[in-house]
Design a protein around this ligand. Structure first.
Ligand code: ASP
Length: 324
């Protein structure tokens, strides 16, 4: 072969290779992670901590976009109906993925069959918290007072189908006071601000945003609805210790992408999530706020799908019957 023909072949091969490399070079631009609640709430906090480290692994920024409304379903709908190219993903949770389908009959997304789960990003124990000026000093007296005078208590939540709404709906069902006065916020971040300033009485929230306020004494924590106390809040009793053992619920946050997202992107996102959750600095940031680090299995699409289904099966009958 003439040498210039050889050069031509080599050049063509090199071009083909770089073309292939380019087609595979996901990500080649920033990735948008939609947080379906206001900034400063648990979903936002977990997304920023995990997204920070994922950006390092992926080599492109994971940009957080807060799209709040309708208990998180507005933002999740936006994310899951986006072009499935790996550049739009969402940080959802127990509410948006397991509770919302039973709460919204016309929901535009289907977490079980119509999305690509990536993995669980953090377990988040639930706490019953109140403004610090509320008269009742402990869970028992709070429960007694709510039962006696349900009209006197104002609940804060983040909209139908959110974690705060879902977990307090469970609580109210158990107390036999299914409907209280409630104020809906665009996330429990802003709800917490109003709890601190005393404009609402109580809420059920994920540990990561309330832990600091509880430690600082700006709000009151009645109990944590887990089997064990949290190492981040060792002084807060469990519901079992505080006299309401039947109130047990664990929430979580997790990442999903639109159905049809290319496998290469899914694999890279799963890998980046895993590396984030193995990173000592990232783990410490999550653990300090009381989050629970997901197991290796829960960080996979199949493991995460199983968690979503388990909790949807558990919550659906309760939520379908709950007053709105
Ligand atoms: N925890 C959500 C947030 O990030 C709100 C909720 O689901 O209650 O604001």
């Amino acid at each position: 072969m003439k040498s210039f023909a050889k050069i031509g072949l080599v050049a063509a091969a090199a071009l083909a290779l770089s073309g292939a490399a380019q087609a595979q070079a996901y990500p080649d631009r920033p990735i948008t992670m939609i947080v379906p609640f206001a900034a400063g709430g648990p979903t936002d906090i977990i997304a920023r901590i995990v997204g920070d480290h994922m950006s390092k692994t992926l080599g492109k920024q994971v940009v957080i976009e807060n799209v709040a409304g309708a208990g998180g379903t507005t933002g999740i709908t936006r994310a899951l109906t986006a072009t499935p190219d790996g550049y739009t993903i969402a940080m959802g949770h127990l509410g948006t993925f397991s509770a919302a389908p039973a709460t919204y009959p016309n929901l535009k997304y289907d977490p079980l069959n119509g999305m690509q789960p990536i993995g669980l990003a953090g377990g988040t124990p639930i706490l019953v918290v109140a403004r610090k000026t509320l008269e009742q000093a402990d869970l028992k007296s709070f429960v007694a007072a709510v039962k006696a005078n349900p009209d006197k208590f104002n609940e804060a939540h983040a909209g139908l189908g959110s974690v705060s709404w879902t977990t307090c709906t469970l609580l109210k069902g158990q107390l036999g006071v299914p409907k209280l006065n409630a104020v809906a916020y665009r996330g429990t971040g802003p709800a917490l601000n109003d709890l601190v300033s005393g404009q609402v009485d109580f809420m059920c929230d994920q540990i990561v945003s309330v832990a600091e306020q509880i430690k600082a004494g700006t709000i009151r924590a009645y109990a944590i609805a887990s089997a064990e106390r949290s190492p981040a809040l060792p002084d807060v009793p469990t519901t079992k210790e505080a006299g309401l053992p039947e109130y047990q619920i664990e929430a979580w946050n997790g990442i999903a992408a639109p159905k049809g997202t290319p496998k290469e992107a899914v694999d890279k996102l799963v890998d980046a999530l895993n590396k984030a959750l193995n990173d000592e600095g990232t783990k410490k940031r999550l653990l300090d706020l009381g989050a629970v680090i997901p197991t290796v299995e829960e960080r996979t699409p199949a493991g995460f799908a199983a968690v979503i289904k388990r909790d949807a099966d558990k919550l659906s009958p309760i939520l379908a019957a709950a007053p709105r």
